[in-house]
Ligand binder design. Structure first.
Ligand code: APR
Length: 248
């Protein structure tokens, strides 16, 4: 598989002169760590209802079902490790002026891989907060709760700090991601179907501002016709190969 992946020399040249690099990532970068993606083959939303499990209405209709679902995902994520894709992005950060990860993932694997400059557009599954008083709780606090826990301060229901369908993105994060995108020289689009908005505007804003777009995915996506380089392959194999060509 590795030998078949072609890395365009022109991309390597562009990378060598790049100052600001943006990695826009989705569930696909964590697939090789054993975490299911949402769409495509074996995608979660093919088997389960996003409306029931990842919406505010779904939570209010059946809080314990949704809570159980996130406890189940947390357990899977806690038993996985960042893969070579996450680790290579963290390595880029050590060799380039400005490297930013703008991720749709809530799995915290970029941070665990060593990246420090991360914008989480859809929140983080390792945090909870109270619906009523907004008090935050670390995931450890309710790690054994099988049913929705209550806030110690006000008795309100506790929910995961992730963005559900139809909800606003965390305040200021999207705006900061946009600012990074319009100043990026190169924007990598890694392991995302690029169908969920407003997140999917980020690479388009980068393109509009003149950035070079590089897509890494195992298949073509909605955004493939807009990119400058489309590299078909697993991100855990493609990213280390690109980095190795830089000879850093
Ligand atoms: N390497 C690269 N790409 C991969 C790999 C891999 N090893 N495995 C799968 N992919 C690609 C798939 O081909 C698909 O295009 O990753 C993409 C995953 O797309 P989605 O499952 O739609 O995930 P994502 O784009 O992150 O979803 C966006 O939707 O469900 C919501 O809030 C959730 O953040 C999520 C958002």
């Amino acid at each position: 598989m590795l030998n078949e992946i072609e890395i365009p020399e022109e991309l390597i040249q562009k990378l060598r002169s790049a100052k600001s690099i943006l990695f826009f990532t989705g569930a696909g970068i964590s697939a090789e760590s054993g975490i299911d993606t949402f769409r495509g083959k074996g995608g979660l939303w093919n088997k389960m209802s996003a409306q029931e499990l990842a919406s505010f209405d779904g939570f209010m209709k059946n809080p314990n079902l949704v809570w159980e679902w996130y406890q189940y995902r947390r357990k899977i994520i806690s038993e996985t490790e960042p893969n070579a894709g996450h680790k290579t992005i963290a390595e880029f950060e050590k060799h380039f002026n400005q490297v930013t990860v703008v991720t749709q993932n809530v799995d915290n694997l970029h941070k665990r891989a060593g990246s420090t400059n991360i914008l989480e557009l859809h929140g983080n599954i390792e945090r909870n907060f109270c619906l009523k008083c907004k008090a935050f709780y670390d995931v450890e606090k309710f790690i054994d709760a099988n049913e929705v826990p209550k806030c110690e301060k006000c008795g309100g229901m506790i929910r995961p700090d992730v963005v559900w369908f139809g909800e606003m993105l965390p305040k200021g994060i999207f705006e900061e991601a946009e600012r990074i995108a319009i100043n990026a020289d190169i924007c990598f689009i890694v392991g995302t179907s690029a169908v969920v908005y407003p997140a999917a505007y980020i690479p388009l804003s980068a393109k509009e501002a003149g950035a070079t777009l590089v897509e890494i995915n195992i298949e073509l996506t909605n955004i493939s016709d807009q990119v400058d380089f489309s590299i078909l392959g697993k991100s855990g194999e493609v990213l280390p190969k690109i980095f190795s060509f830089l000879g850093l």
